[in-house]
Design a binder for this molecule. Sequence first.
Ligand SMILES: [Zn+2]
Ligand SMILES: [Zn+2]
Length: 297
Amino acid sequence: MACLSFAGRVWNRVEKTCHQMPIVLNTVLVFSITAEVSYLVLNEAPLQLDQKKTQWSMVWKTVHLIAQYFMLGNITWNASLFLKTNPSIRGVFLGSDAMAQGWRYCYTCETYTPPRCSHCYDCKVCVLRRDHHCVFFGQCVGYRNYRYFISCLLFMWTGLLYAVVMNAEVFIVVLKEGVTLHSIMLLLMPWIMLVSGQVTARAFAFAFIADTCVLGFLLVAAFLFFHLFLLLRGQTTREWYSIRRPYNLGILGNLRHSLGTRWYICWLCPLISSPLPGDGIHFQVTGSLEPDPKRLR
Ligand SMILES: [Zn+2]
Ligand SMILES: [Zn+2]
């Protein structure tokens, strides 16, 4: 029995660590990229000693650094508010509309849940207007934390776009020797080049971060534009495969309903208050709630 409980404790610990791994990894990557671009700005991007330096004034460097730390601040702040804001039904009075259209019974939570709410088997709870379970944060995106999710994604995208432009220098330096097997391997598989002793740790670090910026930018761009598309259509990720949009309030209505009354400015800083007009339980229905005929075929 004691052995079983010990095994259970170990398993819980392993599970918890696995859930936190993506958050730790993302934090390390975001801070490493910021440190690298700050280095490029402060040293006027001289990656090679014989390279002609671009002369940047102190004012110009300061503008770059302020922009970088503004983006970093927004990413980390929105991410922490996203994690702190509970999107689930825990502690929420759901009312007594259980027999109304769209309500369903969740056998795991043992309660009736409102429309657009669904159970997350990772979070082990029902989430109000559940969008999806974000594996990078280990938490669901729902009605109450959606604003922080979109703002974080937006600043990750702008930050990575900026980092890719700043890292153009790294690609130029690597490719200066021509498109050789060495330069291609360094850009595509920097780890192998480091382990096999073909490059210095410094060259590896720059190539690795430059690669991460490009890959991260493409990935985040795909996520951001997909979610902006859904946001404007008034759909969640779970609803997007349907041709029906029963909760569509028009572009401005959808923005207001998802990001709050100050949707036009709230993304600029998480401090800007933007109360959500609804309660995450009742939704204005503007279209048919019948199942999609395409899916019934
Ligand atoms: Zn549930
Ligand atoms: Zn979840």
